[in-house]
Ligand binder design. Structure first.
Ligand SMILES: NC(=O)c1ccc[n+]([C@@H]2O[C@H](COP(=O)([O-])OP(=O)(O)OC[C@H]3O[C@@H](n4cnc5c(N)ncnc54)[C@H](O)[C@@H]3O)[C@@H](O)[C@H]2O)c1
Length: 401
């Protein structure tokens, strides 16, 4: 064999062994790669799921362009009404800052927004000044139910007076529009029925409820002083009784009392014959009214409430049936000073805002019952189940609210 042939065979051999080596190596790499792929793919899947769950963590939020998106402050935004308002404004695509001192509000009410880029929660007492840049202020901070506002009347007064001055000062400084959550209680024990906005009210300035009633009355006065003297844009909502999920367990009002009594199999306590009437609006109706008022050009006070009256006995029977409770209805002696009627006149809201309540009573009650049932379950582990407080006390006597 010539030297040339030997070197050719050797060359072939080297080539083949190189190719063989490469193919073994490639095969090995392929195997390793497919092994890695087997391990990595489920991880990728998990990351995709996590990303999905992260983006779906929040309720759906509309996209608003820079020009339409507002920076909105809600004082008392972790409370019953404030948290529903937060939900609406967040879902509408605005940037919402909630300021609350958690006196009656709870982080739980807004926890589903924590971490969202449009949401901010600040633990702050409105009695102290606040420096923040906003376009609109919904000023709701104030305890609202009698046991809560009577707990510390001086603080209730400070919140409604100094707190409102601070918020009006902020509105003036940043040129924001302020909506005050006032109340039907500015009408006191009304001598006219239903109450329209031009009724001046009948309030006892030194009674146990004066801290709230007079606090809100002077808060309204402050709004109009800032409007006239400083040109601040103000809106005043006179809110009537409202109910729904996230209202306080110990609110002390007839709807929550009856629901809790029915759910716990206790007698539903009716004071007197039960023929007194009350009117309640569902919270989503109120929230729509507040937003419509804020964005309207109506600067004078507007009643927001549901004028549909029901007797206390009707409420008791309806709630008992909806809960499916075997509770009895217990009649207790009639309470003095228990108003026979309370009903808003909402002609102005209808005419000027095109607003009226739309949620039927039964539908709203079912949602509230569902919420209270869940709350009782949630609290069962904490051994503390608040009992409904007796109807609110006025001049030393119990009455329905
Ligand atoms: N719920 C009703 O039926 C009703 C009726 C009339 C008027 N309103 C008014 O609507 C507003 C909201 O009422 P709600 O039913 O949601 O009551 P709520 O007690 O659930 O909410 C009030 C919120 O304000 C906060 N707050 C109280 N004092 C504060 C302070 N000094 N600084 C910061 N935060 C403070 C509380 O912690 C709470 O989160 C109140 O101004 C109330 O007067 C409510």
């Amino acid at each position: 064999m010539s030297l040339y042939k030997v070197s050719a065979v050797w060359g072939n051999f080297v080539n083949m062994s190189f190719l063989l080596n490469r193919s073994i190596q490639e095969n090995g790499e392929l195997k390793i790669e497919s092994k890695i792929e087997e391990i990595v793919e489920p991880l990728r899947e998990k990351i995709r799921d996590l990303e999905k769950s992260f983006t779906q963590k929040y309720p759906p939020v509309k996209f608003l362009s820079e020009k339409d998106r507002k920076r909105i402050l809600i004082t008392g935004g972790a409370g019953f009404v404030g948290s529903h308002l937060t939900d609406k404004l967040m879902m509408d695509g605005h940037e919402v800052t909630v300021v609350d001192n958690f006196f009656t509000g709870r982080k739980r009410n807004v926890e589903h927004w924590i971490g969202h880029e449009n949401f901010e929660l600040i633990n702050h007492d409105v009695v102290e000044p606040l420096y923040i840049e906003v376009d609109q202020i919904y000023h709701l901070a104030s305890p609202a139910s009698p046991p809560n506002y009577m707990y510390n009347p001086i603080k209730t007064l400070k919140t409604n007076t100094i707190g409102t001055l601070n918020m009006l000062g902020l509105a003036k400084r940043v040129g924001a529009r302020l909506l005050l959550a006032s109340t039907s209680e500015v009408y006191g024990d009304p001598e006219v029925h239903p109450q329209s906005e031009d009724y001046w009210g009948h309030v006892n300035p030194i009674g146990p409820r004066a801290c709230y009633d007079e606090g809100k009355r002077v808060a309204e006065t402050m709004c109009y002083a800032y409007m006239k003297q400083e040109g601040v844009e103000v809106r005043v909502a006179r809110i009537f009784n409202t109910f729904g999920p996230r209202m306080h367990m110990n609110d002390g009002r007839v709807v929550s009392n009856f629901i809790l009594q029915a759910l716990q199999g206790e007698p539903l306590t009716v004071y007197g014959s039960g023929s007194q009437t009350r009117a309640f609006q569902y919270v989503s109706d109120l929230v729509n009214g507040l937003v419509a008022l804020m964005n309207s050009n109506v600067s004078s006070p507007v009643n927001l409430g549901n004028p549909e009256e029901h007797t206390i006995l009707e409420f008791a029977q309806l709630i008992k049936n909806l809960v499916g409770s075997g509770s009895e209805i217990q009649f207790l002696s009639e309470a003095q000073d228990d108003p026979q009627k309370r009903k808003p006149d909402i002609k102005k809201a209808k005419l000027m805002l095109g607003w009226e309540p739309v949620v039927p009573l039964e539908e709203g009650l079912n949602k509230a019952i569902h919420y209270f049932r869940k709350e009782l379950e949630y609290q069962a582990n904490n051994q503390y189940i608040p009992k409904p407080k007796p109807a609110r006390v006025k001049k030393g006597r119990t009455r329905h609210n």
